[in-house]
Design a protein around this ligand. Sequence first.
Ligand code: TGC
Ligand code: FAD
Length: 385
Amino acid sequence: MLDYLDLEADLDEEERLIRETAREFVDDRVRPEIGERFEDGSFPTDLIGEMGELGFYAPNLEGYGSPNVSETAYGLLMQELEAGDSGIRSMASVQGALVMYPIYAYGSDEQKENWLPALGEGEAVGCFGLTEPEHGSNPSAMETSAEREGEGYVLDGTKTWITNAPIADVAVVWARDRSADAIRGFLVETDREGVSTPEIEGKLSMRASSTGSLELRDVEIPVENRLPDVSGMKGPLSCLTQARYGIAWGAVGAARDCFEVAREYAGDREQFGGPIARFQLQQRKLAEMATQITLGQLLAYRLAELKERGDLRPEQVSMAKRNNVRMARETARTAREMLGGNGITTDYSPMRHMANMETVYTYEGTHDIHTLIVGEELTGIAAFE
Ligand code: TGC
Ligand code: FAD
């Protein structure tokens, strides 16, 4: 497995164990059927509980059953899951970084006790509703509203492109609290009257992932369902920083899988009387892929160090998400090319990863948005409008 700079030599025992556990899980439980899942467009729901038992949901949190593993260990977990498929990593990172994290960071004791153990064990599934049909890159213009009524709130609005929504038990919904004119987070059980979560059909990317809309029509919730400890856009945006961190690592896993498939194929596939790996053109592609993956790994490992000591800035995460996803997108395309005609089938992973990377390039802040976030930090001038 590509680790050109021996970065893994510095892992501690726990980090090694988590990497091995995730790698074995992907080999045994994901790889054998992921091509089929991708073809028929379904998420393997039977893995949800298993992933919980293995501790794959937010193990970097502390308490309520989460063991507080290192940020490197968490990153390695995302890397190995995405080497299997972005849909698997996405399920785990939404559950951990976008649902458990806000409850952990901003929830009441009661909300934590109610939800964190169940989500951590995979007995409950969560989703995160920020994007709306008319507001994707600019969620601060959201229209979903929360009106105070009696002892609770009434929520109205539509969220769309929501990972896990069709299979979720609870949604973290970001809405404009009209009484305070502020964005607040609400925990909405999906079996409440007025909630529907239809699946989005026709995706050509992230096919082995469940994506839906989250429609809220006069949904009544008690005031206890509001996340008490955060108000304003920093609520959802701080969750995105956690998830983008995982994506910066995950993309390296997808790219590494593409590289390994291409390297093996080039050694086996014979044309003009010998393996195609002997051609300089093919070696150049492998050398370039290996170099770019290694640079992506370095970025990810450095983010982990900064995050561990509490010095990580969101803009640094943006730089890594932006770079590593672009790198994975290009790596997948090159690997597909090296596999010739065989590369366009689900028998090999690169074209599946390539299709997935179109989503990963777009969600959690598009490539353009991360360019502008880094651009703003470099110049002091925001260029969003
Ligand atoms: P802005 O005025 O810049 O900031 C508002 C407040 O938030 C703070 N903040 C952050 N805090 C933590 N992490 C970040 N990344 C933060 N970015 C901003 C900021 O300091 C400020 O705090 P305060 O205390 O001063 O109030 O916010 P803005 O509304 O102008 O936002 C600008 C912009 C464009 C960067 C932001 O809207 C953005 O990132 N847009 C992209 C939208 C996006 O990424 N959506 C993702 C939806 S979820 C998803 O895709 C899940 S995919 C499933 C999976 O992960 O697998
Ligand atoms: P738009 O914002 O309409 O952007 C369209 C194009 O315009 C893009 O190329 C963009 O880069 C560009 N653009 C926009 N603004 C600017 C600007 N200021 N300067 C230059 N260019 C600009 N959201 C959730 O809330 N929860 C989820 O779980 C979730 N899961 C997802 C799963 C999938 C499979 C997908 C595809 C999306 C998911 N999303 C989720 C939504 C995702 O975060 C949004 O798609 C993303 O933020 C972009 O929003 P948009 O699609 O509305 O594109």
